[in-house]
Design a protein around this ligand. Structure first.
Ligand code: NAP
Length: 476
């Protein structure tokens, strides 16, 4: 199946071909979807030039006008949600429901930040000694370099582009090599919404390291916003250190899902199905380790197995399927490797359902009897595998949940919201979902503690990743 979307680089408002190319395939069928331009180092630098040239005019464009363009992008994206969802399904493999959910979530960042654009606050006060006034301003940083992963090809792009544009920055987006088509489609949407030439540039590339290093080394680039693995995040932080470049990092996760004594088990199962199975488990926020109180473990495991057994696995184009394909055979094989290691630990592996014979599909698994320290608790699984670990006391549950270098999100199920909030405060994570399986919201600050990242996206904080604080001491 071929797709009809942009296949060239988007630089300076033009669709530009390159001498090198990149193949995009459908992981559900291994079919070639498109051959697109792959940015060279020079293309990357051309994108910096375009973004740099466009910066002054965009930064001084009235906020209301920037807001209206972002609002228009939201309108187009929601009106054409099916087109976007189809592209996501084709290049990423995920289920239709997940792709539609992602599209609407992604579009919402344009609406939220269109509203934020005209609310960038400043501050005026007298110094305590009253010798001067302190005037604080927030100004756009400049050219932002944005790097996004394959698991949410639309939402990770809009979560960065929208606040960057709202703040008055221009940007260069480098999408993941597996899923560049959605990013190019978003570039088309922004062009149609009225974004001026050079304000947004999109450059898929197969020469990722080289092109990214050159962009980061360019003094015209003012900030980096990265979403992806902790491994690559650390590599980029070392590069940004050379230029003391501000950087926002949304990195890996290893989320605990804890069911304390007294929690409503049916509600916990419903939440677990979302926290684990949204995006087929390929989410940084995916519940990775299930800590279940000893009094309810048997009931929870039994019910979770039954819920998994009801799942239908197959092509995301068939809207009846609950789980689609992984993004590539390689990503599926990483999960199979973890399962092999779990089997070597003596854990029983029993796939919950049949899966298609062809394509990068993987069956969902509930794995009981897992010990803390297992390969399944130490690694970000990124697939539909739910390891269950039993705990006794509240302190033990909290200690095991926090026993990780990551700290993106935790899921806490407790008797009521009050107990849940008390326990949530003990979690070492930037976000905690209490008695629910989903926390992400464009209006909320998304981000992690520990090795899950630096900075926040969305909410009121998101725009500040693209603003520089400047203070004026004024003698009255
Ligand atoms: P990844 O391998 O780190 O890749 C992410 C992006 O970084 C891709 O665009 C990739 O480009 C690029 N990249 C790779 N090597 C690079 C280098 N040397 N220099 C510059 N860029 C480089 O991550 P992934 O496998 O795509 O995504 C999964 C990871 O993302 C998981 O760990 C997940 O938890 C994390 N994630 C975090 C969040 C969050 O908000 N915290 C959200 C979603 C995903 P190529 O594709 O060309 O290699």
């Amino acid at each position: 199946m071929t797709v009809t979307t942009a296949t060239k680089l988007f630089i300076g408002g033009e669709w530009v071909d390159s001498t090198k190319h990149l193949e995009v395939t459908d992981p559900a069928t291994s079919e070639l979807l498109a051959v697109i331009s792959s940015a060279s180092l020079q293309d990357g630098l051309d994108a910096v030039t375009a973004a740099h040239n466009a910066f002054h005019t965009w930064a001084t464009t009235p906020a209301r006008q920037r807001a209206e363009i972002l609002r228009k992008a939201w309108e187009i994206m929601t009106a054409e949600a099916e087109t976007c969802a189809r592209l996501i399904v084709l290049e990423n493999g995920k289920a239709w429901r997940d792709a539609m959910g992602e599209t609407l979530y992604a579009a919402e960042f344009f609406r939220w930040f269109s509203e934020e654009a005209s609310r960038i606050e400043g501050d005026f006060r007298y110094s305590p000694s009253r010798d001067k006034t302190i005037v604080t301003d927030h100004r756009p940083m400049g050219v932002a370099f944005l790097i996004t992963p394959w698991n949410f090809p639309a939402a990770m792009a809009t979560r960065k582009i929208a606040p960057a544009l709202a703040a008055g920055c221009t940007c260069i987006l480098k999408p993941a090599s597996e899923t560049p088509l959605t990013a190019l489609w978003i570039a088309e949407v922004l062009q149609r919404a009225g974004v001026p030439a050079g304000v947004v540039n999109v450059i898929p590339t197969t020469e990722t390291g080289m092109v990214s290093s050159a962009i980061l080394a360019d003094p015209r680039v003012a900030t980096l916003s990265f979403t992806g693995s902790t491994y690559v995040g650390k590599l980029l932080l070392r590069q940004t250190a050379d230029r003391v470049l501000p950087s926002s990092m949304e990195l890996g996760g290893n989320a605990p899902f804890i069911v304390f004594e007294g929690a409503d088990i049916d509600a916990a199962i419903a939440g677990a199905m979302i926290a684990k199975m949204r995006n087929g488990g390929a989410a940084c926020t995916a519940a990775n380790r299930f800590y279940i109180h000893e009094s309810v473990e048997a009931d929870f495991s039994h019910k979770l197995r039954n819920a998994f057994a009801d799942l239908k696995v197959g092509s995301g184009l068939d809207q009846a399927n609950d789980l689609g394909a992984m993004v590539s055979d390689g990503e599926r094989d990483k999960i199979l490797e973890l399962l092999n290691e779990a089997s070597a630990e003596g854990l029983a592996l029993d796939p919950a359902v049949e899966i298609p014979k062809q394509g990068a599909f993987i069956a969902p698994y509930v794995i009981t009897g897992v010990e803390q320290g297992s390969v399944l608790t130490r690694n970000e699984i990124f697939g539909p595998v739910a390891p269950i670990i039993v705990f006794g006391s509240e302190d033990e549950g909290v200690r095991m949940a926090n026993d990780t270098d990551y700290g993106l999100i935790s899921y806490v199920y407790a008797r009521d919201a009050g107990v849940g909030l008390r326990l949530a405060r003990r979690m070492e994570s930037g976000m905690v979902a209490i008695n629910r399986g989903l926390a992400s919201d464009p209006a909320a600050p998304f981000g992690g503690m520990k090795e899950s990242g630096l900075g926040r996206e969305g909410g009121f904080a998101g725009i500040h990743e693209f603003l520089e604080t400047q203070y004026f001491a004024v003698d009255l």
